[in-house]
Design a protein around this ligand. Structure first.
Ligand SMILES: [Cu+2]
Length: 278
């Protein structure tokens, strides 16, 4: 692929946020979560939204269909950083301990696939050595690369921010690979895969590719004021910040390279690694 084509493509997609307001949605939309911000303490049914296919060199668009997707949610080994609440995204975070410093429970296993063959014919859930679900894959089918979005349903269980922590928000960085052609890792290109992954030095970083270091995120917001009861849901108690926390912290939880290398491959029910090809 020529440098000018790559440039054009990057320019098109860097315009995506502004362009989506006026242009037809979906054409340039990255793969993200349908509900990217949720309140703590609530189970949420959500979707991975596959925004476009892989690059088609002949048509110079993203019309190559997606045949499957693989997702990794950070587990309790994740890298945790913090910055003052409300900081701009350009502000670098500083190391801030472990996910269990901020979240009640194991700090992993909160996300589960919703079984569905709407889009792809096969699927599997990924668990770590503790038996906690850390992601899923689904494949076998053909999602058109343009003029459609694909929805992959999953749910998150109630996630509780520790009352004694200073976290205002906890943002999970979610690594996603949208596969258009089965290849081994050396075959990764804009024509074969979109790697919506954090650049943490894993085998799935995809340096120079369209989706480089552009992962999806799921932000959990502390329920500082509590929620009154409605006809269908019980009241939720307030979880105020401790006075000593000041304005509080925005926490980011990013899967490690080791976890992504372990959990990104799609392994079928017979134990065969389907993608990437060995
Ligand atoms: Cu894009």
């Amino acid at each position: 692929m020529s440098i000018s084509i790559t440039f054009k493509k990057l320019a098109m997609c860097s315009l995506s946020t502004a362009a989506m307001v006026t242009a037809s949605q979906g054409v340039f939309a990255h793969t993200r979560l349908q509900v990217p911000t949720i309140l703590e303490g609530a189970r949420v049914y959500n979707n991975e939204v596959i925004g476009h296919g892989c690059h088609n060199e002949v048509a110079n668009n993203t019309s190559t269909p997606v045949m499957g997707t693989s997702v990794v949610f950070p587990d309790a080994t994740a890298t945790v950083t913090s910055k003052p609440a409300g900081s701009a995204s350009s502000v670098a975070g500083t190391p801030a301990g472990n996910v269990t410093d901020y979240l009640a429970g194991a700090g992993e296993g909160y996300s589960k696939k919703v079984y569905s063959k709407d889009l792809f014919s096969d699927e599997g859930q990924k668990s770590n050595s503790l038996g906690n679900v850390v992601g899923y894959w689904t494949g076998g089918g053909s999602l058109p690369g343009i003029n459609y979005a694909g929805l992959i349903p999953f749910k998150t269980d109630a996630i509780t921010i520790k009352p004694e922590s200073c976290a205002n928000t906890v943002t999970f960085v979610v690594a996603i690979a949208d596969v258009c052609t089965l290849t081994n890792a050396s075959g990764f290109s804009d024509e074969t895969v979109n790697l919506w992954t954090p650049a943490v030095g894993s085998n799935f970083d995809g340096p120079g590719l369209h989706a480089y270091n552009s992962p999806a995120t799921l932000k959990v917001v502390r329920n500082i004021t509590g929620t009154p009861a409605t006809l269908t849901t019980a009241a939720v108690a307030a979880n105020p910040l401790p006075a000593s926390c000041g304005e509080g912290l925005d926490i980011t939880v990013t899967p490690t390279a080791e976890q992504i290398n372990r959990d990104m491959p799609a392994i079928d029910g017979n134990g065969v690694q389907v993608w990437p090809q060995p």
